[in-house]
Design a protein. Structure first.
Length: 201
């Protein structure tokens, strides 16, 4: 199942487990790229906001969770990705189909690829910025905030998701830049912008 990057515009995704600092970097990138389109999955559309609220606060069957994310992904493609890529814009998203595959349970890689290929019409990001946290720093960060339903599943679970994020980014053959999430925030921002600047130049 072949996924392709768009021939127009640029699609960049920030991936990483919760507490890795994606949201902070999205804010910094919004200042650096004022004309870019910023979105998140789930949550980048009215449907996505509803999906996000359900997933974070309700107890769901794993398959129900997967298909909720998938429905959001299909809507996000239609409302955000397709029109803005056709308009030759830079799109930067907090999560993507890579997360959908990493968090999914009880599905084969072939099934995950097939389902996401349909939802995304075969589209994949040009660039994945993957945030990495070691176990010690993850535990410290989790101790500093209230836990949502995903974080409550435990440190071992989140570290496994981190491995799966990298695995599926590689499986999709998305150009991936691995970022040490414990570095100073300005240094991380500079690192990310240097790679995006190279992409769009």
């Amino acid at each position: 199942m072949d996924f392709q990057t768009s021939n127009s515009g640029f699609y960049v995704t920030l991936e990483g487990i919760d507490t890795s600092g994606k949201s902070t970097q999205i804010k910094n990138l919004a200042n650096y790229y004022p004309h870019a389109i910023f979105s998140r999955e789930p949550g980048g559309t009215p449907l996505g906001e509803k999906v996000r609220d359900i997933v974070l606060n309700d107890k769901l069957d794993s398959m129900s969770e997967f298909f909720l994310f998938l429905s959001d992904r299909a809507q996000h493609y239609s409302e955000v990705l397709e029109p803005n890529l056709e308009a030759h814009k830079l799109i930067i998203t907090d999560r993507s189909l890579i997360s959908n595959m990493a968090y999914a349970k009880n599905l084969s890689d072939a099934q995950l690829l097939d389902c996401n290929h349909i939802a995304m019409r075969g589209l994949k990001p040009h660039l994945c910025i993957l945030f990495y946290l070691d176990e010690e720093n993850l535990k410290a960060r989790l101790g500093d905030k209230a836990h949502d339903s995903i974080e409550k599943r435990g440190v071992a679970y989140m570290l496994e998701i981190q491995k799966r994020l990298e695995f599926y980014a590689n499986l999709l053959e998305v150009r991936t830049i691995k970022i040490d999430a414990t570095l100073p925030i300005p240094m991380i921002t500079k690192n990310i912008t240097s790679h995006i600047d190279m992409l769009i130049s």
